[in-house]
Design a protein around this ligand. Structure first.
Ligand SMILES: NC(=O)c1ccc[n+]([C@@H]2O[C@H](COP(=O)([O-])OP(=O)(O)OC[C@H]3O[C@@H](n4cnc5c(N)ncnc54)[C@H](O)[C@@H]3O)[C@@H](O)[C@H]2O)c1
Length: 391
């Protein structure tokens, strides 16, 4: 017998669509007991919310998110609205005893994120942050390879997250679709928007980041604000680069920008250890590249003319998540990362072993982001204060 999981969605934009797709397909691919029911979607424009609700099959709309978090018939509140709304919605949802799945970055500041962690603990509500890239099968395979001890002592971690959509000086800031350029709504620029993903993946694979030193740049200093119509100072970081020290003794570089002409969603990482290396690029998401240092296996004769990187097509049923989908050699897409994340969350509820990253885990990424932005301002190395036990 299936059990209803009644969803209250806040926001109907990019993530509202990606998550709604996941709720609709969950039971088609994963053998879980819960069945998502799309109960309500909240957004400020009733006309647009109605269009979204009709398209995706939500039973009703609300123009005030408070109605959703307080509704008796909602089990799970999904926060898919801009960053400045996460705190208020999550705090109210926790108080009302709702499960909460919140988009990244968890909050505008570490202080807010700490309060959110305390609230979900106080009201004992299941919670998750949507760091969906952990659910790319190739990235989950990287985690497996590291846990199998195949990379050995870690030396280097290198991440990039590059886009190019804000290069034109006449792109306005603020308002629908452009809130990412308005620090009052987004909290920060590429640091919270893009590097939060890179940091989450890095700490999942390579452990806590303990210290950082950063440089940010804002290339276009003023843009017209959509809401006020005035030309205003741009206060987000257009680009951010930082050096990192990890608790395991390895060192890392992270780079993100929205000014890398030709790069659309160039999210990559490389990790180099004593016994092997890993490389991933989201523009070829089904592949994980792996270099195995064979000298280690002394019983085998090493044919060094045949050594090299392996490009693993992560579509076999043995690869993470893939047994739920198609036959070997056939790929899944971006949207499945959300479906995989949701399945992990629901399985976590059902097994009593909560999935990661929960709010406490996502708070650690928030801490790194905050240390990065602080360092960019003062030019010093900053300790992150990451709690290793929360990862
Ligand atoms: N996990 C990922 O890969 C990923 C990708 C994109 C965005 N995000 C995150 O998801 C969140 C939403 O981003 P998006 O790209 O979907 O944005 P979007 O601009 O496409 O959609 C935002 C939605 O929120 C609604 N909204 C704004 N203020 C609201 C309010 N006060 N009450 C109710 N609804 C409100 C808007 O009407 C819109 O429907 C952000 O936190 C963002 O960082 C995560």
């Amino acid at each position: 017998m299936s059990k209803e999981l009644r969803i209250g969605m806040i926001g109907y934009g990019f993530m509202g669509r990606a998550h709604s797709n996941a709720y609709k397909r969950l039971n088609d691919f994963f053998p879980v007991a819960h069945r998502p029911v799309l109960k309500a979607v909240a957004a400020r424009s009733s006309e647009k919310a109605k269009g979204f609700a009709d398209n995706w099959g939500y039973e009703r709309i609300e123009t005030d998110w408070k109605k959703v978090v307080e509704a008796e018939d909602i089990d799970l509140v999904d926060i898919c609205s801009p960053n400045d709304t996460h705190f208020d919605i999550a705090m109210a949802a926790a108080k009302n005893g709702k499960m909460i799945c919140c988009e990244k970055p968890l909050a505008m500041t570490t202080k807010e994120a700490e309060k959110m962690v305390a609230a979900v603990a106080k009201y004992k509500v299941a919670n998750m942050a949507w760091f969906n890239y952990r659910r790319v099968p190739a990235i989950a395979l990287a985690k497996q390879i590291i846990e199998e001890g195949r990379i050995g002592r870690s030396f280097h971690y290198r991440a990039t997250y590059l886009q190019d959509w804000t290069i034109a000086t006449d792109v306005p800031q603020g308002g629908p679709g452009l809130w990412r350029l308005d620090a009052a709504v987004s909290g920060s620029g590429v640091t919270g928007d893009l590097l939060a993903h890179s940091i989450d993946t890095a700490m999942w694979l390579n452990g806590p980041i303990t210290r950082v030193t950063a440089k940010t740049e804002t290339f276009v200093k003023e843009r017209k604000h959509v809401v006020t119509g005035k030309v205003q100072k741009v206060s987000i970081d257009d680009a951010c680069m930082f050096l990192a020290e990890f608790a395991n003794g390895s060192i890392g570089t992270f780079e993100s920008t929205r000014y890398a002409r030709g790069r659309k969603n160039f999210n990559t990482f490389e990790m180099n250890g004593a016994d092997g290396s890993l490389y991933f690029d989201l523009e070829e998401p089904e592949y994980l590249q792996y270099f195995e240092y064979l000298q280690k296996q002394s019983s085998k004769k090493v044919e060094s003319h045949l050594t090299g990187w392996r490009k693993i097509h992560t579509t076999n049923s043995e690869h993470p998540y893939m047994k739920h989908y198609w036959v070997p050699g056939t790929c899944i897409g971006y949207e499945h990362t959300f479906l995989n994340a949701l399945a992990d969350f629901v399985m976590g509820i059902e097994s009593g072993k909560p999935t990661q990253p929960d709010f406490r885990n996502a708070l650690q990424t928030q801490r790194v982001c905050e240390a990065v932005l602080k360092s960019a301002k003062n030019g010093k190395w900053e300790k992150t204060g990451v709690d290793a036990k929360a990862l």
